[in-house]
Structure formats: C-alpha cells, structure tokens
Write a protein that binds this ligand. Structure first.
Ligand code: PLZ
Length: 449
C-alpha cells in the first residue's frame, strides 16, 4: 500500500492511522488551543495538521488522513501543488510586500489579465483584488451601488456570503454566523431560491425564478435595486443546485431592469464544478463575478471581475486595501491557474464527479436515509433525511462526519438544516484515495444507527 502509493509534495498518497484519532500530540495541542484561542473559533477536526500534499493531510501524530475538504474548497490544485510552491518561493525571495497602491508590481496585473480572460463573457472587463471572499463580496456591492446609483441588494434563502457586517446581512443562516452579532447592514432583501429536493415538484427553474422575481418586484422594486447576488450552486447552504433555467431567468430580468447580476463563485470557482466557473454550465454571463478560495492554491486572495463600465464607475482611490493582491498570493494564483489549465482540472473534476456519484448512488439505492445525492464536479453533496420523508436528520449527519474523522477522512457538513455531507476533494487526489474514502464513508454510514 505505502510502497505503491504515489508521492505528492513529499507526502505519500495513502491513509494510515498510527494512533487513535485524535492522537496524544493533537490532544495536547487542543488543550493549548482551548487555553489560548478564542472559543468562538471552532474546528471541524480534532487533529492538528503537520504537513499536507496532494489529497493527504498528515497530523502531528503521524496519521495520514484523506482530504475530502480541501480546506473548504481552497486547495483545488492540491496541497503543496508543485507550481504554486515554486512560484511562492521565488516571490518570497524577491519581495514580500510593497502594497499595490504604493508601488505596484506585475503579478497583480497578470492575475487581473488572467481573470479577465477566463471568467464568463467576452466583453471588456476589469478586475480588483482583495484578501477574503467576504471582502470581495462587499466590494462587488460597493461597485454596483456606485455604478447604478441605487442601494438595494437582493440575496437568496440558504445564501452564504461571509462574516463581515454587510455579508452577515447577506448570509441567511443565523447560527453560528449571525447570532447576537447584529444590527446588520440595511437594504438587504431575501428571495426564495430554487431547491429542487425541497421544492414542490411543479416548481421548475422558470417557475422558481418567477416566484423570486415577483416577490422582489413587490417588496423592493427594480428601481431601488443595485445588485442581485447569488451563488450559482449554494455552498454552505447545502450544495443546492438550482433547477435548470433558474439562473438564466434571473440574469435576463436583471438585464431588463438595470440591476447588476453578481455571481458569488467563491466556493464554486476554478474548475471545482467541472467547468472553470459554475456559471459556464448554463452559459450565464454575470455582470460581476466574485472569486476567492481555489484561486491561489491556499494563499489568501480574492477578486471582483466584471464589465469595464461598472468596475470603472468607481472614483480613483475608491477600491483597495493594504494587502489586496499581495505579491505572494498573486504568484500563487498565477501558478494555480497555470496548473488548472495545463492539467485540465475541469475535466478531472468531471471524472471525480462520475466516480463519486456512481458510488454514492449505489449507496443511496440501499439506504433510505440518503434523501439525495447531488452537485457537480468535485462539489458533491449527500443530504440525509428521515427515511421516506424530506425531514432533515442533522444528528445522523453529525455522527457520520465524526465517525469518518475518527477513521481518518476529513469530511465536512453544510446546509441550513445541518443535514448535508459535502465532498470537496482536491483535484490532485488519486482515484485510489477517493475509493478508499468512499469505502470508509459506506462503512461508517452502515455502522451508524
Ligand atoms: N461566499 C460562496 O463559500 C466562504 C466559510 C467558512 P471568506 N465559505 C466558507 C466559515 O465558516 O467561515 C464563502 C463562500 C461563498 C463567500 C465566502 C466568504 O469567503 O474567504 O471566508 O471570507
């Protein structure tokens, strides 16, 4: 096993448990964490990372864990992706920071050029770089407000857009993201999304869009609306893939009504869903697209890319930040983008989808607790319910995830109801590791009453 496993970034691509999980070193570190780190900062896993490569994370006790989380959809090119490591090493030796607003450098411009080229639509585009997904979402709203002279922002049920004040207002779920943290930014309105598993089956994409648009027209009014912001597949909310036709109908309405259509592709971007961007699936061309996570192989970087006339509506000096487009993050992004293109990782994501769905559909056929298997590319969800109903089973979901963790598989949950297991492997993962992770998943599901 160990002998035949390939090695990526110095890490043998196999699962191995040498202690119980968490092991003694992780337990000692967890005690220090409890004493030193604010308790509001939770962790999914009880083990501490020491090293990672490809689709494997090694903990401080020497256990090899299979990574089905990619650090929440970030290390799409794999941990320690060779091009990323090399580019960052070269950049760190040259200079670490000057601030693009003080002494600009070419890496930032090159990332902007790449995003202008790769994001949906062949119109003239501009890009601005930031640090986090939430910061980029906020800036997309700022840009839309200046460009339209309007204030309203419409978002959707189950949406997740971040933890800053404006993006908390835009995020749907109270616990844990918003609880007690208000008051929230005003002029944010919420519309119903298309959620095929939970919608009445007569609600197709067009009907779901008409339902949302009617509510928006009645409760907000297009003349008050600067932007509509939506994740083309909702991430934290439960990997909710809208019915076909939903997104195109929203875009058409935005175009007719002078509303800026913003795609939040923070989680879905950069080959994750089997297309370079999830919008590409239905040929949706957003006015502004927000990207982060998978853009830079693990370094903090985010971007707003969009129509030149909207982006350039902002006054000089109106957009920025000390670290936005940091040179190390830009070097990493250029290398990650090169990796995605050279290795055709969008195609790899489609292979991963076929492998995972084939195994998961077989499991679902024999286990009525699996309400639905859905998603695209390497963004696949298993929604767990009380058999024969759509009643969410959050307790089972939590137990299955915890059992997978003890067995050495990093597995995340999501969903407004906390009943969705989400599989987000790095695209550098081997088929063998994926199969092994799915074997573990099948075992722990079978063993959990
Ligand atoms: N938009 C669609 O998925 C971040 C959040 C994890 P930041 N998702 C992971 C957590 O519990 O904090 C996300 C997203 C979408 C925006 C964001 C925000 O991105 O880089 O975390 O700010």
């Amino acid at each position: 096993m160990t002998d035949q496993s390939p090695t990526v970034a110095g890490v043998s691509q196999h699962r191995a448990l040498v202690t119980e999980l968490p092991g003694p070193r992780s337990r000692a570190l967890m005690e220090r964490k409890t004493a030193a780190v604010a308790s509001g900062v939770g962790t999914t896993m009880q083990v501490f990372a020491a090293r990672a490569g490809g689709g494997v994370v090694i903990d401080v006790d020497g256990n090899h864990l299979i990574d089905l989380g990619s650090g929440i959809a970030v290390t799409t090119v794999g941990n320690g992706a060779p091009r990323v490591v090399e580019a960052v090493q070269e950049q760190v030796a040259a200079f670490t920071h000057t601030c693009f607003m003080v002494t600009p450098y070419d890496g930032y411009v090159a990332v902007a050029e790449a995003l202008n080229r790769l994001t949906p639509g062949d119109h003239e585009k501009r890009t601005a770089l930031f640090n986090s997904g939430a910061e980029a979402v906020e800036n997309a709203v700022k840009i839309a407000r200046v460009a339209t002279g309007k204030h309203g922002v419409v978002v959707f049920d189950h949406a997740y857009h971040g933890r800053t004040n404006l993006t908390m207002a835009m995020t749907a779920k109270n616990m844990p993201y918003k609880h007690g943290f208000g008051p929230f930014a005003p002029e944010v309105y919420r519309a119903p999304v298309s959620y095929p598993f939970r919608d009445d089956k007569t609600v197709d994409g067009q009907v779901a869009a008409a339902r949302a648009l009617d509510l928006i027209e009645k409760q907000v009014g297009a003349e008050n609306l600067a932007a509509m912001v939506i994740e083309p597949i909702q991430g934290e909310g439960g990997f909710i893939e809208p019915a076909p036709g939903f997104l195109p109908a929203l875009v058409a309405w935005c175009r007719e009504n002078g509303v800026v259509f913003v795609a939040d592709e923070v989680q879905t971007g950069f080959a994750r869903t089997g297309d370079l961007f999830a919008c590409d699936h239905e040929g949706v061309v957003p006015d502004l697209i927000v990207t982060a996570k998978g853009i830079a192989g693990g370094l903090p970087l985010s971007a707003v890319t969009g129509r030149a006339e909207l982006m350039d509506a902002v006054h000089s000096g109106g957009l920025g930040g000390t670290y936005g487009g940091n040179p190390l993050a830009c070097a990493a992004a250029l290398a990650a983008i090169e990796t995605i293109e050279a290795e055709d990782l969008a195609n790899r994501a489609r292979q991963v989808e076929r492998l995972m769905k084939e195994r998961l559909h077989r499991l679902a056929a024999n286990d009525a607790r699996i309400g639905e298997v859905r998603g695209r590319g390497a963004m696949i969800a298993v929604e767990l319910v009380v058999p024969g109903t759509t009643t969410p089973d959050a307790a089972l979901t939590k137990e299955v995830a915890a059992a997978a963790h003890r067995a050495g598989v990093i597995l995340l949950t999501c969903g407004t109801h906390g009943n969705v297991l989400r599989l987000l492997p790095p695209l550098a993962i081997t088929d063998a590791l994926l199969h092994e992770a799915l074997d573990v998943f099948a075992d722990v599901l079978a063993d959990t009453p």
